[in-house]
Design a protein around this ligand. Structure first.
Ligand SMILES: *Cc1c(COP(=O)(O)O)cnc(C)c1O
Length: 394
């Protein structure tokens, strides 16, 4: 039997204001469509070198072992855990959302003796409780999420890094959503193993996971008595391809690397400080707009992520119906709640390219429509006026 050939890919144009992927700059699309060369072509090796240099700038590190893992953010997570953990090693994982939970699962699969400490979704950890558990467990590695995309909570790291180092442990940090959106100082804060993803605040399609390892973390990898449990993610092998020996390991996803190269150029052209300031400004404008129509944040003041705005769905408003209308009528994607937040929160992303006054004002106008259609009482245009009043102060 033969079936007809499906139509060519022709995706709708969306405004990506969910938890990722985020809007993509046209220059990144163009880079993705550039001619593929071989993974050992001198041109590609140059791209790799430039990418490593740009990743070090964005991570704010001099770490030699800095590269882009072939795979999405979760592959970055597995890379960090599987290279640092040998069966029987103790690892503490801080769980206050879906991604901390995933890290604990990954650690257990790698054979770690895992101790989890937990906080309700939307809350963050204090340095004191990390100090307590580290003292009790004496782990080799402590894992924590910097920007919990599932809840919208922003976990400070600097103090925690001190406590973890004082105990002799390594600090492993999920920066999938934070990189390129909020300040991150890998060297200054002393973070040992850090992973990210391309499709959040770097505004590149999903497919690569930037990682960086401190000299202490590299020493721990070199001191392993057992082989890394994953062949694909084994950095003792992968790093030979990313270093001068250029030994074939796996075929790098060439065009994805072109895309990330261009996305990193865009980040550095804008400048990290300016980029962080832009994320903060648009977050504050959105927040002013939402406040004017009675929409509240799910995370406490002072702990809210600028790039991921988790807000409480007003009583009696149908979560899926509003998100459906936003998508179908306005082409705007936002996220629903995950885990215990399902049906309770909306997650409005202002990541990378998507963090713009255009998106903030368009979203507020569209949301007012969706809410009014469902009988929600608001003063028409109030959210837009409040956001514009905020922007007018700049
Ligand atoms: C998106 C995300 C991940 C997972 O990344 P994928 O690209 O979906 O594999 C992990 N951690 C955090 C905090 C994220 O936001």
């Amino acid at each position: 039997m033969t079936s007809p050939v499906p139509a060519a890919v022709n995706p709708p144009r969306r405004i990506l204001m969910g938890p990722g992927p985020s809007d993509i700059h046209p220059r990144v699309w163009a880079a993705l469509a550039a001619p593929t060369v071989g993974h050992l072509d001198p041109y590609f090796l140059q791209i790799m070198n430039e990418m490593q240099a740009m990743l070090r700038q964005v991570f704010r590190t001099n770490n030699e072992l800095t590269l882009a893992v072939s795979g999405t953010g979760s592959a970055g997570m597995e890379t960090c855990v599987v290279n640092l953990i040998e069966p029987g090693d103790k690892m503490v994982v801080c769980v206050n959302g879906v991604f901390g939970g995933r890290m604990a699962d990954v650690a257990a699969r790698c054979g770690a003796q895992v101790t989890t400490i937990e906080r309700p979704f939307g809350e963050i950890f204090s340095t004191a409780e990390i100090a307590d558990v580290v003292k009790k467990v004496q782990p080799k590695v402590v894992g924590i999420v910097n920007a919990e995309t599932s809840t919208g909570a922003w976990q400070p790291l600097e103090e925690i890094a001190k406590v973890v180092h004082d105990s002799g442990a390594l600090l492993l940090v999920d920066c999938v959503t934070s990189l390129g959106g909020v300040p991150l100082e890998v060297d200054q804060w002393g973070l040992d193993a850090v992973y990210s993803g391309t499709q959040k605040c770097l505004s590149c399609p999903p497919g690569l996971a930037p990682v960086t390892f401190s000299p202490r973390a590299v020493a721990a990898i070199e001191a392993r008595k057992t082989k890394v449990a994953s062949w694909y993610l084994d950095l003792t092998l992968v790093r030979n391809y990313w270093s001068q020996s250029r030994a074939y390991h796996h075929t790098a996803p060439i065009n994805m690397n072109y895309g990330l190269h261009e996305a990193l150029r865009l980040v550095l052209e804008e400048g990290l400080e300016a980029r962080h300031a832009r994320h903060l400004k648009n977050h504050k404008a959105l927040k002013a707009g939402l406040a004017a129509i009675g929409i509240k944040y799910a995370v406490a003041e002072g702990q809210q992520l600028p790039m991921l705005n988790a807000v409480l769905i007003p009583d009696g408003i149908d979560d899926a119906a509003v998100r459906g209308q936003l998508l179908n009528e306005f082409g705007i994607e936002i996220g629903g709640g995950l885990g215990p937040m399902k049906g309770k929160t909306w997650r409005i992303g202002l990541m990378g390219e998507a963090s713009s006054p255009r998106n903030v004002l368009l979203f507020l106008a569209a949301l007012e429509r969706c809410l009014s259609d469902r009988g929600y009482k608001l003063s028409a245009g109030a959210s837009i006026a409040a956001a514009n009043a905020f922007y007018a102060k700049f």
